[in-house]
Design a protein around this ligand. Structure first.
Ligand SMILES: Cc1ncc(COP(=O)(O)O)c(C=O)c1O
Length: 396
């Protein structure tokens, strides 16, 4: 075979969302855009907030020479200072520009960090259900994933996490608000995890870094906030992007913040400055860095997502689905009414309703519904959810 066997296997494993996307394109071609109800992709339909475009124009028109040249791999000093100021206030710890690294979105942030941390055979704890790309990112850097299930409500199972820690455990990835469940891990649980990791370090001498992947941090509902990982965990590495909060996933901009108490902080900072380069990112896009620097308080209308969450969650539970009520992000992860989630997704597709089976996120028996769509799409799809549940349960 011309391509690598490993990549071929990974493509097969990762194909769910893309497969559904392709089938959706075919259905759109046949029936028209407004007759297909696509809940597969976390690709927001809302436009970026007006401040974004205003700032982008200002930055593009800045006549100062040298704005589009190479820069330090970690990003512009002034941008990193501005982000350090925001993050210090937001997280309740003093971080400096030295520990901020601008990246090409959260995906790049995670790869930069994992490459800096992992030796072949080092383990990373991943909590299921998970964002499937984590498996590939860890494998990119020759690490091994140790999958740990969350509980029935997708909360952290501290006992299971404790049992997974071993001499090769280098990191754990926490994603809150979570894709695919919308769950936010409460501060008390995170504090108990922090104690557990500290005990592990005392007993074994091994540091386990907490990689907090938080691109949905600002998309929270009902007055709930996402707890500040940089003040909860000593060895925290915060990764984020503006893909979701500013609704600019195509612009590829995000950042890493290394916690001020991180073990081997300066080696880790230098390592990330190196890995961002050798992974081929070199530096995050210059124009976008300068645009988002002053937009750290800005966000899309979170109230709109909360309304969509209410509409979809109320509709789907009224249609007889069992679902944990999400407090953030823009996903629902209901239980599939029949055990075979793939068969259920296929039955929904016959009604031109596109969803992704939980199997694609390491938790079969569920469906993921991305609701970064219009209210109209949700409203018109709800009758099909009811009908297919009844049909499939009758057949079972
Ligand atoms: C949990 C999670 N992490 C990381 C990413 C990647 O984000 P970005 O587009 O900023 O690379 C996504 C994108 O959907 C995500 O859902």
């Amino acid at each position: 075979m011309a391509i690598s066997q490993q990549i071929s296997n990974q493509m097969e494993k990762a194909s769910w969302i893309r497969r559904m996307f392709t089938q959706g394109m075919e259905l759109r071609r046949q029936f028209g855009d407004d007759q297909v109800f696509d809940f597969t992709l976390g690709n927001p339909v809302v436009e970026p907030p007006p401040e974004f475009k205003k700032r982008l124009i200002e930055v593009a028109q800045d006549p100062t020479p040298g704005q589009h040249r190479y820069m330090p791999n970690v990003g512009f000093e002034a941008v990193r200072e501005s982000i350090a100021g925001f993050v210090s206030a937001d997280q309740g710890v003093e971080v400096t520009a030295d520990h901020v690294i601008m990246t090409t979105g959260a995906a790049s942030a995670l790869n930069v960090v994992l490459k800096a941390l992992l030796d072949p055979g080092d383990e990373v704890v991943i909590l299921a259900p998970y964002f499937v790309e984590y498996l590939f990112y860890v494998s990119n850097h020759r690490g091994d994933c140790h999958i740990v299930e969350t509980d029935e409500s997708f909360g952290l199972d501290l006992e299971a996490i404790g049992a997974a820690l071993g001499p090769r455990t280098k990191a754990i990835i926490l994603n809150s608000p979570n894709n695919p469940t919308g769950v936010i891990y409460p501060a008390e649980t995170l504090e108990r995890l922090a104690t557990m990791l500290e005990d592990h370090r005392q007993e074994t001498g091994h540091t386990v870094y907490v990689i907090a992947d938080e691109p949905y941090r600002r998309l929270v509902f009902d007055g709930v906030t996402t707890p500040p990982v940089l003040s909860i965990f000593a060895d925290a590495i915060f990764c984020t992007s503006h893909a979701k909060d500013l609704s600019i996933p195509g612009e590829r901009i995000g950042y890493i913040v290394l916690g001020p108490q991180c073990e081997a902080l300066s080696e880790l900072t230098n390592a990330c400055a190196f890995t961002i380069r050798v992974l081929g990112f070199v530096n995050a896009p210059a124009l976008m860095q300068r645009t988002v620097a002053s937009l750290q308080e800005a966000s899309v209308d979170v109230g709109n997502y909360q309304k969509l969450r209410d509409l979809f969650y109320d509709g789907i539970t009224a249609a007889g689905y069992d679902c944990v009520r999400p407090q953030g992000a823009f996903y629902l992860f209901p239980r599939s009414p029949i055990a075979d989630d793939v068969a259920f997704v296929q039955a929904l597709m016959k009604h031109r309703v596109l969803t992704v089976p939980g199997s694609g996120f390491g938790r079969p028996g569920h469906l993921r519904l991305a609701y970064c769509v219009s209210a109209d799409t949700i409203e018109r799809a709800l009758p099909a959810f009811l009908q297919v549940r009844q049909e499939m349960e009758d057949q079972a």
